[in-house]
Structures are given as structure tokens and as C-alpha cells.
Design a protein around this ligand. Structure first.
Ligand code: NZQ
Ligand code: ZN
Length: 384
């Protein structure tokens, strides 16, 4: 096991009715800005719950944060915060609203062009405190330091991370997710699944506890995902999906082990250029990445095949092939298509994707840092 430091201070308020308890988590004299998306919280009653929990408080609002949140939109919130002297943010929505709010929190005190926080990885030295009410299980943003932002003007989608943007608290009430359409549930299942895979499916690091935890999350997603799709109002199945998605990317399974974020990095470029949902890009790229990298990943692929899918028959190559096929079928079974052609994207996009990866310094991806542009080309070609 590699050395590691682990720190995660996020207070989780899990379960039915927890929105009612947020006032106690926010300083009484705070000037609060509620940030939200494009209307779902008004349609499903979450907005009303938040407003009544904060009755009597000094509350401002900023709506319109779009999926794959845009820098251009978020900078308007920064202006409002500076003008009104707002000192606490409350993000209410999916990963895009949470990520956007993390960026806003960091940008308010940033000196210079805030896009540098992503484009130049400029250090974040201060951030406004914020809390979250999560309405879409997928990204893990509710319990991590990551934020992924799109600059619309240049069609770039980049990430930053800073311990200063951990939420102070996150409310996870599964009932707030009952209004999600099947497409977003499928997306959430695939995103969480891929997060686990990118931290687990590398090479053995003598970290059996992290391995077993990762496998547990994968198996839970395989078992509970279809249940929650079939019965969207089944509280228990949905609660299990919500908690699995949080556990998939809160740092716990990443400690002491190698990681491979190839699929996500290629995926971000696909979204930036072609507008696919985040999880759609992962469903397309992950099976091809595993196939192209099957020799370097063979030990973990065989472990994955046996422990997650119960595949024990056949020679090693057959078992690996079957495990990757099961992964693809699982994604398809939850409604997320797994080929570029399903989204009208042709292989003629490959040079542009590679050019953008090069521009963003992503030419040595993977746990061995040997996923170079040639390997990316092979992966995308196989994703046709
Ligand atoms: O904007 P509204 O009206 O709220 O609608 C949203 C949006 O259209 C809707 N929605 C959310 N909760 C709902 C709901 N509709 C009905 N009922 C509800 N309860 O769902 C749509 C998608 O929302 P979005 O927040 O974009 O989805 P998701 O949570 O999947 O977030 C995706 C973003 O997170 C980034 C992705 O790149 C993408 O930009 N990621 C963030 C990560 C992180 N912070 O650690 C890691 C991930 O790998 C990912 O990259
Ligand atoms: Zn993701």
C-alpha cells in the first residue's frame, strides 16, 4: 500500500426530511445565497422545503446553473456575491450545481482571471463556506473537493480540486431524487460505477480492504440500480443508490492505491465538443479502455471478473473478455448506450479530441502514465 493522508470533513445529513435541519448548520447572521439549476427544484418541491427551512434568514437566490456548468454563468453569481456581501452559499441540485458553487466559492476571493484556477491550476487560497442539498446521485461532489467547469466560449471542460471547497455539510434525502427521469438515474449509476472502476481497475497494490470496498460498491450498484429504475419510488433502493454514489468518490477507496482517470479525461473532451451527458461519455469510453489496456490490467481484470461478476470458467483471456462484455451490458441495461455512433459522433472527431487533450496536458494518462495520444486513438477507434 502506498503512503497516504486522508481528510474528509463533510457532515452528511442523510434521509427523509433532513432539509428541515439545515438552518442549524448555517451561522445565524449569514447572508446566504441559494444556488440552483434550471428549474427542477421548483417543480419537485425541494425549493419550497429549503425556503421554509431558512425562513427568517437573510437569503438571496441565483438560478440558471446549467448542466456542465458554464464559467460565463457562474461569474454572474460572483458579481452578485461581491455586490451584496454574501458570505455563505447553499447549492441545491445535481453535480453541476454543486461543482458550479465550488467554483463560485473559490472565485469570489481570487485575484486575477478565475479561469486560471482550472486552466493553469492556480492555487485556491480562500473560498466562501458552502453547504449542499443534493438532488441527483452520481458525481460524489457532495463529499469531495472536485469541480468540473465548462468555458462555453472555447468549448473547454476542465477540473480543479481544493480542500477549501469541501461542502461544510451535504443533505442526502433520497426522496428529493424521486422526480429524476430514468435517463438521469441511468447516468448516475454509470457515473458512480465508473468512478469506482477508475480507482480500482489498475494493478494490485496489496490493499485488500480498498479492493473489497470498491467491489462492494460495484455489486451494490449492479443489484440496486435496476431496482431503483424499475421502482423509482422505492425509498430503500434509491437510498442505496444515493449512498453508493457518495461512497464511490469521497476519497475512501482511493487511499493508498494507483488510479487511472483515462476514461474521465477522454470523456470530458467528448462532452466539451459534442455535448454528450457526462455518463454517456463514460459508458462509451470505459469498455474500450479496459479492452485496449487488458494486458496491463490483467490481474485486476481477473479479480473483477471473479468477484464482481462470478466469472470463473474459461481461460484468462475469455474471462477478461466476458467481464468487459458484462460491464458494457450493464450500462446498456440501465439505459446508457455505449457506442459513439449511438450519439451521432463519428471517428472523424478523434484528431480534435487528441488535440484538446494535448492542449490540456493530458498526454500521459493512466496508472502507468503511458496512455499517450496513440493509445487514446486506439481507445476511441474501438468506441465507434
Ligand atoms: O438544472 P435542473 O433543472 O436542476 O435539472 C437537472 C439537469 O437538467 C436535472 N435534475 C437534477 N436533480 C433533479 C433533476 N431533475 C429532476 N429531479 C431532480 N431531483 O438533471 C440534469 C442533470 O443535472 P447535473 O447536475 O448536470 O447532473 P450530474 O449530477 O450528473 O452532474 C454532472 C456534472 O458533474 C461533473 C460532470 O462532468 C458534469 O459536469 N462531475 C463532477 C464530479 C465531481 N465533482 O467530483 C465528478 C464527475 O466525474 C463529473 O465529472
Ligand atoms: Zn464522473
Amino acid at each position: 500500500m502506498e503512503n497516504f493522508a486522508f481528510y474528509n470533513p463533510v457532515k452528511i445529513l442523510f434521509g427523509k426530511g433532513q432539509i428541515a435541519n439545515i438552518a442549524a448548520e448555517i451561522p445565524a447572521d449569514a447572508k446566504i445565497l441559494i444556488t440552483y439549476g434550471c428549474g427542477s427544484i421548483k417543480a419537485n418541491g425541494v425549493y419550497d422545503q429549503v425556503k421554509s427551512a431558512l425562513a427568517g434568514r437573510n437569503v438571496f437566490e441565483f438560478g440558471g446553473i446549467e448542466p456542465n456548468p458554464h464559467l460565463e454563468t457562474l461569474l454572474k453569481a460572483v458579481e452578485l456575491i461581491r455586490k451584496e456581501g454574501i458570505d455563505f452559499l447553499l447549492a441545491v441540485g445535481g453535480g453541476s450545481v454543486l461543482d458550479g458553487t465550488k467554483f463560485i466559492a473559490a472565485a469570489v476571493h481570487f485575484v486575477g482571471d478565475p479561469w486560471d484556477i482550472l486552466a493553469k491550476q492556480a492555487p485556491v487560497t480562500a473560498a466562501l463556506p458552502f453547504g449542499a442539498v443534493l438532488t441527483l446521485p452520481a458525481t460524489g461532489s457532495e463529499m469531495n473537493t472536485n469541480s468540473v467547469i465548462t468555458k462555453w466560449e472555447t468549448q473547454e471542460k476542465l477540473y480543479f480540486a481544493s480542500p477549501l471547497v469541501f461542502p461544510r455539510f451535504s443533505v442526502l434525502d433520497p426522496e428529493t431524487t424521486f422526480s429524476l427521469p430514468p435517463r438521469q438515474i441511468g447516468n448516475g449509476i454509470v457515473d458512480a460505477y465508473t468512478h469506482v472502476m477508475e480507482q480500482y481497475l489498475t494493478y494490485p497494490a496489496n490493499a485488500p480492504l480498498q479492493d473489497r470496498m470498491a467491489e462492494s460498491i460495484l455489486k451494490t450498484l449492479i443489484e440496486e440500480g435496476p431496482k431503483t429504475l424499475a421502482n423509482p419510488q422505492d425509498y430503500d433502493a434509491r437510498a442505496n443508490l444515493v449512498w453508493s454514489a457518495t461512497m464511490a468518490l469521497n476519497g475512501l477507496i482511493a487511499v493508498g492505491v494507483p488510479q487511472d482517470w483515462t476514461t474521465h479525461m477522454i470523456g470530458h473532451e467528448l462532452t466539451a465538443l459534442h455535448g454528450l451527458d457526462h455518463a454517456q461519455t463514460l459508458a462509451v469510453v470505459l469498455p474500450s479502455t479496459l479492452t485496449i489496456r487488458r494486458d496491463r490490467k490483467s490481474q485486476k481484470l481477473l479479480q473483477y471478473a471473479e468477484r464482481v461478476w462470478g466469472i470463473v470458467d474459461g481461460d484468462e483471456a475469455e474471462r477478461v473478455k466476458e467481464a468487459i462484455a458484462k460491464t458494457r451490458n450493464f450500462f446498456e441495461s440501465v439505459g446508457v448506450r455505449t457506442h459513439l455512433s449511438d450519439y451521432g459522433v463519428g471517428l472523424d472527431t478523434i484528431p480534435a479530441i487528441i488535440k484538446n487533450l494535448e492542449k490540456h496536458g493530458m498526454t500521459a494518462l493512466g496508472e502507468y502514465k503511458d496512455v499517450n495520444p496513440q493509445v487514446v486513438e486506439q481507445i476511441l477507434t474501438l468506441s465507434a
